[in-house]
Write a protein that binds this ligand. Structure first.
Ligand SMILES: [Mg+2]
Length: 337
């Protein structure tokens, strides 16, 4: 292996934490209202450091899933459930409905098929990065594992589809050399292929929206977010007063499409990419966490500015988890060749 996979693992998990930390304070706010708070976002961060003192449930559950993969030497359902239940003791920071309700049931021994909430929210996508990393060399296993990891807490197919797409995107980016150009056509066809085997009505809608994204990548960030903010959202969840506004809805399809849109429009600098993600409006911590994992996988840890890392709580632990996950991954990889 010639690629520096450890650099990619560290970048991906640190990217989750940075995006989550910087996006957390803006969760639930319209993009235009976020931008009314500052002239220069970087100045705003450093003048208001207290606002950014923690990550949220996105990073917490990502780290618990990573620990489960490390301990189980890969995905083991019981081990993953045990680590998700451990999260309740952290305690959870700004938890989403789908994860907290189902994991509380798992704690009392209810089977995951009964405990799983019928949520199509972002709770399973925001924690998927370790699976994208760990199974980057076996896409069939990646798809199955991403789906199962999602079903443990979210029975809605939109959550599974989103988790598979983001896991596949991470695996694609991990296999690129640092800043090797993404071949857009190739990237999109891999994302579509990753869910083409799933027989759900919503799968067609997801694929159509990925195709729509591909043909709208030239839009400005504002215009793209207005176009995709509430994509796929059905009544009664649709927020009518936010029509024509940039506000990423906390639903799998809209979040995945908006996050990919911002990421693909910011491939010059990790910092600029993160700033665009966390000021998207709406579910900003999760857009930051998911997009942060993509940016970290793409740019690598070495390209993340030190001052951004210095903002992250438990950063040494996050690097330690990244290294241990990498070590288990390398052993697995050596077995495959
Ligand atoms: Mg969160």
């Amino acid at each position: 292996m010639t690629k520096d996979y450890l650099n990619k693992f560290k970048g991906t998990l640190m990217g989750v934490a940075i995006g989550d930390t910087l996006g957390g304070p803006f969760e639930g706010i319209l993009r235009e209202d976020i931008y009314s708070k500052f002239d220069d976002f970087e100045d705003f961060i450093w003048n208001n450091k207290k606002l950014f003192k923690t990550y949220t449930d996105d990073t917490q559950l990502t780290l618990h899933l990573a620990e489960a993969l490390i301990q189980g030497n890969g995905f083991n359902t019981n081990s993953v459930i045990k680590h998700f239940v451990n999260w309740l003791e952290d305690p959870p920071i700004k938890p989403g409905y789908g994860c907290i309700t189902s994991i509380k049931k798992l704690k009392y021994g209810i089977s995951w098929k009964k405990a799983s909430s019928n949520s199509g929210g972002n709770g399973t996508i925001m924690r998927i990065a370790p699976i994208g990393l760990f199974h980057s060399k076996n896409i069939e296993i990646l798809k199955k594992t991403a789906k199962l990891s999602s079903l443990l807490t979210h029975s809605h197919p939109a959550a599974s589809l989103g988790a598979i797409i983001i896991a596949r995107a991470i695996s694609y980016l991990v296999e690129l050399e640092i800043k090797e150009k993404i071949i857009v056509e190739d990237f999109f066809s891999e994302l579509i292929n990753s869910i083409s085997h799933i027989r759900e009505d919503i799968q067609d809608e997801f694929i159509q929206n990925i195709e729509k994204l591909k043909t709208n990548l030239n839009l400005s960030i504002e215009a793209g977010l207005i176009k995709f903010s509430q994509i796929g959202v059905k009544s009664p969840y649709f927020i009518e007063e936010y029509l024509g506004k940039a506000f990423v809805h906390p639903y799998s399809m809209s979040t995945v499409i908006c996050t990919l849109f911002i990421f693909l429009n910011n491939l010059d600098s990790f910092k600029e990419c993160i700033y665009a993600l966390v000021t998207s409006g709406g579910d900003t911590d999760t857009v930051g966490a998911i997009g942060g994992s993509l940016a970290g996988a793409y740019f690598g840890f070495d390209k993340i500015p030190e001052e951004m890392i210095s903002l992250v709580k438990n950063r040494k632990y996050i690097l330690n988890v990244s290294e241990r996950l990498y070590n288990v991954y390398i052993k697995q990889f050596n077995r495959l060749i």
